[in-house]
Design a protein around this ligand. Sequence first.
Ligand code: RM4
Ligand code: NI
Length: 267
Amino acid sequence: MKLNVNDFFSNTERAITTELRTPQDNFPEHSHDFQELIIVSQGSGTHVINDIPDSLEQNHVCFISPQDRHLFENVDNLYLSNILFRKDALSLPAGLNDYLPQGYSDHKGWHISNQAMQKVSHLIQTLDTEVHQPQRDSEWMAQALFQQLIVELHRGKLAPLEHASMDDKTLQVLDWIKANYHQEFTIGEVADQFQLSSRTLSRKIKQITHQSFNNYLHQVRINQAMQLLQYSDLSVTDIAFKVGYSDSNYFSTKFKKLMNKSPSEFR
Ligand code: RM4
Ligand code: NI
């Protein structure tokens, strides 16, 4: 499925428009002939970009380029804002170009702090009003707001631990898990590292991701495994080890439970 500029932009002179999803429903795989900036404000779900799944939760930000395909599944009260834009039609100060994905983006996405999210939500609301006004003035206002938005998203990246709130620390833990899933660790060890108690961390993870710490970790590992099953020639056993399981039978059981398919069937 391909979504086109004409279906979303009121006319071809507009560079930016918004589609607020409260909630975002499951949505099948598609691409667009415009760029998309996605900002999640609450809930959870799986976002599959170019066949690679990633879990979504509040304060997650990422860009989708016209080369990409993506879909949403397993959504649970997922609220997000789509900022649709045509890069070529934007008049951006040269330096700001670096804040937009260059060519093929890496899709990693990032989390912003709760404090940044408040400013961002406000900008999105104002932007949403401007982009739906017909006047030329509104186009310039929309472009100015878009510039503020991308700077805010950039500098809103999670702050160092000492200054972080409990919510922000939890998001940092989720990012840490996504980077260290191949290691062995307990919730206690992770909680210590982020100066939280195990109880608080477990409660916060549940609140933000709608999953337990263990299930979240399994999900991250299985997501990575899906990537390796599709894009590498490694054996299922090697993949199990690579994503953090010391027992490949256990890996296959978990995989089947989450995906309703064995790793080799999926491959
Ligand atoms: C859909 C979904 C898609 C987006 C369109 C505009 O609900 O969020 O990703 O491209 O809206
Ligand atoms: Ni899309």
